[in-house]
Design a protein around this ligand. Structure first.
Ligand SMILES: Cc1ncc(COP(=O)(O)O)c(C=O)c1O
Length: 375
């Protein structure tokens, strides 16, 4: 079996250093925030090209806190995509605001033209999701948000280390939000997240809101949450951060092998947007006989999956609370019926990549002979 992702393989590669880092935290007697979290906040925000980092409990909390910090809540609208992890919209709803869901480009990221059309009097912010590790078209998006006086948040949960026009994502908008969920490009061994910004006023408010609203003297001016990055997770993430660029380079090498190996088949491979460095959190192909292909891959022991089979606006509890354009989300609907994610993680061997390619090719060979069901 070749899994879709393997957080254990990644941990094994760093096991001795991780054990030493965990022992350091356990022996310190300091189990909430503290030096380990401070150091990781400095290291990770610098990596992203931002001046402040605030470690929080998860990527979802990072988005909720970002929205609250920007003063967004009940009565406000936040524009984002329906083709994303449910967490993006869950965070908007948790802030009290209403998600306005717009359609995607061929890169599976927010379409700036549709974004412009969806802006209304209640719109306060836009969340650009760098889905699958592909940076959204930030310059086009930011030129709209700047003109219309809107705040811009990057959802970088799937894109740690990706670059847009030479600069790493996260530091390119008002606020960047990251998840360290174990399968992410930079993964912890549990939940974790970070908010990065270069605005000191926003950073100060974020620090207060992640911890009841407390300032350094434990005085408050407004209520907050309890959402703090665990120092054990911070210590592990510090061990792994120096390898993130090498890991992402390996993901790009695997993506290149897939793209070459799948040439000539009736499917679409991801083509990185010009001027971007894709982080390939997921390697997503698209084909008309998606269900036939996933069944075949499962039978061949290849861990394929669909990210995401149901767009946000079709989820119970979300659709009714979101706004969708009158003419719908045709490109999102088309994508969700065609996408398949193939195994992608840095420890995947060349041999395994070759096996995955052979399994995909095998499906179309069988289908052409009339045994399977591909187009
Ligand atoms: C695009 C996106 N946004 C937000 C999140 C939320 O992150 P977390 O699972 O750490 O809450 C995730 C991860 O699941 C994600 O993929």
């Amino acid at each position: 079996m070749i899994p879709l992702a393997s957080p254990l393989a990644q941990l094994r590669a760093h096991r001795a250093a991780v054990d030493a880092a965990l022992a350091r935290v356990l022996d310190s007697g300091n189990y909430v925030l503290g030096g380990e979290v401070d150091a990781f906040e400095r290291e990770f925000s610098a990596y992203c090209g931002a001046t402040h980092g605030v470690g929080v409990g998860s990527g979802t909390d990072a988005l909720v806190l970002a929205l609250k910090t920007l003063g967004i809540g009940a009565g406000d609208e936040v524009i984002t995509v329906s083709h994303t992890a449910l967490a993006t919209a869950a965070a908007v709803l948790a802030s009290g605001a209403t998600p306005v869901l717009v359609d995607i480009e061929a890169s599976y990221t927010l379409d700036p033209v549709r974004l412009a059309a969806a802006i209304g009097p209640r719109t306060k912010a836009v969340i650009a999701v760098h889905l699958y590790g592909q940076p959204a078209d930030l310059d086009a998006i930011a030129s709209i948000t700047r003109k219309r006086g809107l705040r811009l948040i990057e959802d970088c949960a799937q894109a740690a280390g990706a670059r847009y026009r030479g600069r790493r994502v996260g530091g390119l908008a008002d606020i960047g939000c990251f998840s360290f969920y174990p399968t992410k490009n930079l993964g912890a061994v549990g939940d974790g997240g970070m908010v990065v910004t270069s605005d000191p006023t926003l950073a100060q408010r974020l620090r207060r809101l992640r911890q009841y609203g407390w300032d350094e003297q434990r005085r408050t001016e407004e209520p907050g949450l309890n959402s703090r990055l665990d120092p054990l997770q911070a210590a592990i993430l510090r061990v792994k951060l120096p390898s993130l660029d090498t890991d992402n380079a390996r993901r790009r090498t695997i993506a290149g092998m897939y793209a070459r190996g799948l040439v000539g088949l009736p499917l679409t491979v991801p083509i990185p947007r010009r001027d971007t460095e894709h982080a390939y959190h997921l390697y997503v192909i698209a084909t008309d006989d998606r269900d036939g292909l996933t069944e075949h891959l499962a039978a061949e022991g290849v861990g394929a999956a669909i990210h995401y089979p149901v767009p946000v606006h079709r989820h119970g509890g979300y659709g009714q609370r979101s706004i969708v354009p009158n003419d719908g989300l045709p490109d999102t609907e088309r994508a969700v019926g065609r996408i398949v994610s193939l195994p992608m993680y840095p420890e995947l061997s060349d041999d395994d990549v070759t096996k995955v390619i052979a399994a995909v090719r095998g499906f179309y060979t069988v289908a052409r002979k009339g045994v399977g069901g591909a187009a």
